[in-house]
Design a protein around this ligand. Sequence first.
Ligand code: FAD
Length: 388
Amino acid sequence: MDFNLPEEVQILRDTVRKFVDKELIPLEREYRHDSEGPMPDHLLKPLQEKTKAMGLWMLDVPEEYGGAGLGLLPRCVIHEEIARAASLPFRSLELFGPEVRPVLFYCSDEQKERFLKPVLRGEMKFCFAQTEPDAGSDPANMRTRAVRDGDEFVINGTKRFITAAGRADYVQLMAVTDPEKKARGGISCFAVDLKSPGVNLERQWPAMMGEAPWQLYFENVRVPANNVIGQIGGGFSIAQKWIGEGRIRGHGARPVGIASRALDMMIEYSKVRTTFGKPLSERQAIQFMIADSAMEIHSVRNMVYECAWRVDRGEDVRDLSYMVKVMATEMASRVVDRSIQVHGGLGLMKELPLEWWYRQIRSTRITEGANEVLRWRLGQNLIRAHKS
Ligand SMILES: Cc1cc2nc3c(=O)[nH]c(=O)nc-3n(C[C@H](O)[C@H](O)[C@H](O)COP(=O)(O)OP(=O)(O)OC[C@H]3O[C@@H](n4cnc5c(N)ncnc54)[C@H](O)[C@@H]3O)c2cc1C
C-alpha cells in the first residue's frame, strides 16, 4: 500500500498550485464571480490560453476527441487546487475548456457530429434538466412526459433550477417515456433545441450564491426521435452515473480545496492578530479550531483520493461516494465557519473570500443529492448488506 499520490499526479498538483497562487488568487481582489453567467471573456480567455498551454484542456474528454483523457484522481487533485481561489465561477466552470456533458459520449455516430463535436469546438452549449417542482431529491418521480408520435416525441412538463439554461442552445432533458417502468427503463434522455416551438424559459430563481438557475416549461414540444441519447428508457442510469462522479469531484475534492485555503487563512491571521496582549495563535481556543480543521481536512482528503482511485480502477463506489459527499460538504462548512470566526468582523467582509465560500458551500449540502438523502441511502445499503 502506498499513500503517496503517483509521481505524475504530484507534478500536476504542483503545476496547478503554482498557477492558482500566481494567477487566480491575486485575481480575487479584483474579481469575485457572484452573478449569473460565465466569467467575463476579458478575464476567462487569457486564463484559458494558460491552461491550454499547460496541457490542462478538456480534462475529462477522451484523447480520441482531442481531450486530456485524465482519470478521476488527477481531476480531483486539479479541482481541489483550483477551489483554493474564489475568483472562478462555482458552477459552469470553463477554465479548462467548453463544458462537455459526459452524457454526450453516449451519442450515436450521427449524433456526435450534430452535438458532441460542436460542443467540443465551443460552438454549442448544453444544459441539463432533471429536477422538477415536485421531483428534486426523488427524480425517479418526475412527471415530464415524452409521448411517441411517428418519428417524433411530444414533450410536456416543467423543469426547475436548471443551471445556465439562459445561455444554452440545447437542453439534455430527462423525460418519462414509460410511466410503468419510470426509473427502471422508463426515463429517456433527449437533446432538445431550446429554440423549438413550445419551449418557454419561464423564470429565473436568483439564489444566495449569486447565480440564478432557470425554470423551463415544455408545451407540446416536438423532438425528432433521433434526438434520444442512448437507448430509449436508458436515460436515467446514464444521468445518475454522471451525477455520481460530480459528488466525488465537485462536492468532494472541491470542498477540500476550499477548506484548506480557509485553514491557511485562519493560521496566518491568528499569528498576526493580537488581542489582550497576545497573538490569537497562542490561545488554546484558536489552536483547537486549527487542529480540528486540519484533522477533518486530512481525513476527508484521503477519502476523496481513495474514492477517485477506485473509480479509475472500475470499482463500484456508490456507498463510498455518498460518504465522501456528505463528509466533504459538512467538513468544509465547519472549517469555513471557523475561519470566519477567527477573523472576527473582518471574516464577514466581502474583502475576504470567506463569506463567498460560506454561501457557496452551503449550497453543496443540497445539490448533487441532499445529505439526508445520501445518509438514508447509505444506511439502507449497509443494513441490506449486513449479515448477522
Ligand atoms: C443552484 C442550483 C443549481 C441547480 N442546477 C440544476 C441543474 O442544472 N439541473 C437539474 O436538473 N437540477 C439542478 N438543481 C436542482 C437540485 O439538484 C435539487 O435542488 C436537489 O436535488 C434537491 O431537490 P429539491 O430542491 O427539490 O429538494 P427536496 O427534494 O424537496 O428536498 C428538500 C429537503 O428534504 C430533505 N429530504 C428529502 N428527501 C429526504 C429523505 N428521503 N429523507 C430525509 N430527508 C429528505 C432534504 O433535507 C432536502 O434538502 C440545482 C439546484 C440548485 C440550488
